[in-house]
Design a binder for this molecule. Structure first.
Ligand code: 5GP
Length: 201
């Protein structure tokens, strides 16, 4: 059994990571790691599906117990990747996606050097601001904070293995799927296939 691929998807809040992932999940099997956060649940979100929503005391206990692989404070809230089933999924050959911000991406790359990092960007800041406002879920203060953070996040894009511009959703999804397919075909990931071919001579 070949190991699955660990994909890190980062990009400014409002770049469309969730929408891209929802569409991707319709065309290829993918496991999404559910992060833990202290942020307030939005109306369209469900506990344990979009996030594991917890309070700060609980999150800090998880940090102390080393139950999270990485964590950050973003816009005044904690976000972290629970250790959870990632290794199990990978060893079962499943592709796993972590949707995390840029510092988390760096931490995960240190733990899993084979992880593939993808930076997703909106076509412009104007579009980003429009998407954040259309969500109708965050306060004006939070939107401004997220736009400020986006400026910094864009400076980190060059550290990623791939860049996907989310202008037309379908193109972004196809590009992400192409990255996954190509990465899965890398020789070092399927080296055992060579001996299978030889044995079947
Ligand atoms: P939002 O509040 O918009 O859902 O998420 C804010 C930012 O936190 C997004 O960039 C999102 O990808 C990131 N994020 C979500 N979960 C995690 C996590 O577990 N770790 C890290 N480092 N970032 C996360």
């Amino acid at each position: 059994m070949n190991k699955g691929l660990l994909l890190i998807l980062s990009g400014p809040s409002g770049s469309g990571k969730d929408t891209v992932l929802d569409s991707l999940a319709r065309i290829t099997p993918i496991k999404r790691s559910v992060s833990m956060t202290t942020r307030e649940k939005r109306d369209n979100e469900a506990n344990n599906i979009d996030y594991i929503f917890v309070d700060r005391t609980y999150f800090e206990k998880c940090i102390k117990n080393e139950d999270v692989l990485e964590y950050v404070e973003y816009s005044g809230n904690y976000y972290g990747t629970p250790k959870g089933p990632i290794d199990k999924w990978l060893s079962e050959g499943m592709n796993v996606i972590l949707k995390i911000e840029v510092h988390g991406a760096e931490s995960i790359k240190k733990i899993y050097p084979d992880a593939i990092s993808v930076f997703i960007t909106p076509p412009s800041f104007k579009v980003l601001e429009k998407r954040l406002r259309n969500r109708n879920s965050d306060s004006e203060e939070d939107i401004l904070k997220r736009l400020k953070t986006a400026e910094y996040e864009m400076t980190q894009a060059t550290k990623f293995d791939y860049l996907v511009i989310n202008d037309q959703l379908e193109d972004a999804v196809n590009n992400l799927n192409t990255i996954i397919n190509a990465e899965r075909l890398k020789t070092f990931r399927i080296i055992n296939k060579i001996s299978e071919v030889e044995e079947n001579a």
